[in-house]
Design a binder for this molecule. Structure first.
Ligand code: ADP
Ligand code: MG
Length: 273
């Protein structure tokens, strides 16, 4: 069983009060902070630098996009923030917790309670309905769908899949399957949603629906969203776009609404090209 005491109390002040703040948070509380965040993968003596000293501050309720060429370190940054891998240098502080200082168990509890994670692959179980797939984290804890049906249907409605609740993945489009995965990520009402190229397998219409949903979860529910994307069109939905190159943040872009994709693309080329 999990208990709240598995988590250390957060420190009084977040790192964001210190010097060297990379981004202006407009006075809002910082929920994700990184300082000098570094990751070198070491596979059988071969060292691959993936992140080379990233500083960032993400305020509560913000929608951040992360862009960069393949291999620039985007996934690594997201996985460090999600506590799925450990930094080799620097720190990442999520809701006041220094993830590297939590025990493995406490980090797992923290992730399950406070983070929702979405991948390019939807990772749905083919034999379960949409509703059961959303419920999966709870089913694994021994709960029954019948006991949490109202919550499941609320989530399915939020991703516009209410009428598809009883359909299995093979009856759903890619975009619909990804929306099931997003609803599942929201099951525990996480403060932070991490999405790694969530529209990588989708056409532009389905992608736009995902981006719109993510933006609304930030604006209306105060979720803090970090989304890795290759697409300027998707990044233009975000409040801020961080551009990674060779494991470093080389600049950021503030789109002025999702009509701004051409400007985001041009600025991205300047920064990363
Ligand atoms: N588990 C791993 N072991 C070794 N090298 C890795 C591993 N994961 C990523 N890398 C390397 O780290 C660098 C950054 O990868 P990644 O964060 O996946 O970039 P992106 O998501 O921007 O494509 C790349 O050179 C990649 O090959
Ligand atoms: Mg990646």
């Amino acid at each position: 069983m999990e208990h709240a005491r598995d988590l250390e109390p957060p420190p009084e002040t977040a790192l964001a009060d210190g010097p060297g703040t990379a981004t202006n948070t407009g006075g809002r509380q910082v929920v994700v902070a990184a300082r000098g965040l570094t990751k070198v993968y070491d596979t059988s003596g071969h060292r691959v630098p993936a992140l080379a000293g990233v500083d960032l501050d993400v305020p509560a309720g913000a929608f951040y996009a992360i862009m960069g060429a393949s291999g620039s370190g985007k996934s690594t940054l997201l996985y460090l923030i999600g506590g799925l891998t450990r930094p080799t240098g620097g720190e990442v502080i999520v809701e006041g917790h220094n993830l590297a200082r939590l025990s493995d168990r406490a980090r797992t509890v923290f992730r399950r309670r406070r983070l929702g994670i979405v991948f390019q692959e939807y990772n749905l179980l083919p034999t379960l309905t949409a509703r059961e797939n959303v419920a999966l984290p709870w089913l694994l804890e021994g709960r029954a769908v019948g006991d949490c049906r109202a919550r499941l249907d609320e989530l399915l409605d939020a991703v516009h899949l209410g009428p598809r609740a009883d359909h299995r993945p093979d009856a759903l489009s890619g975009g619909e399957q990804q929306r099931v995965a997003i609803a599942r990520a929201l099951l525990n009402d996480p403060a932070i949603v991490l999405a790694d190229e969530p529209t990588g397998n989708l056409d532009s219409k389905q992608s736009a629906e995902i981006w719109g949903l993510l933006r609304r979860f930030a604006a209306n529910q105060g979720k803090t969203i970090l989304m890795v994307t290759h697409e300027a069109q998707g990044a233009a939905y975000a409040d801020r776009v961080l551009v990674l190159k060779d494991g470093q943040v080389v600049g950021d872009i503030e789109p002025k609404g999702n009509q701004d994709a051409a400007l985001v693309a041009a600025r991205y080329q300047e920064l990363a090209g």
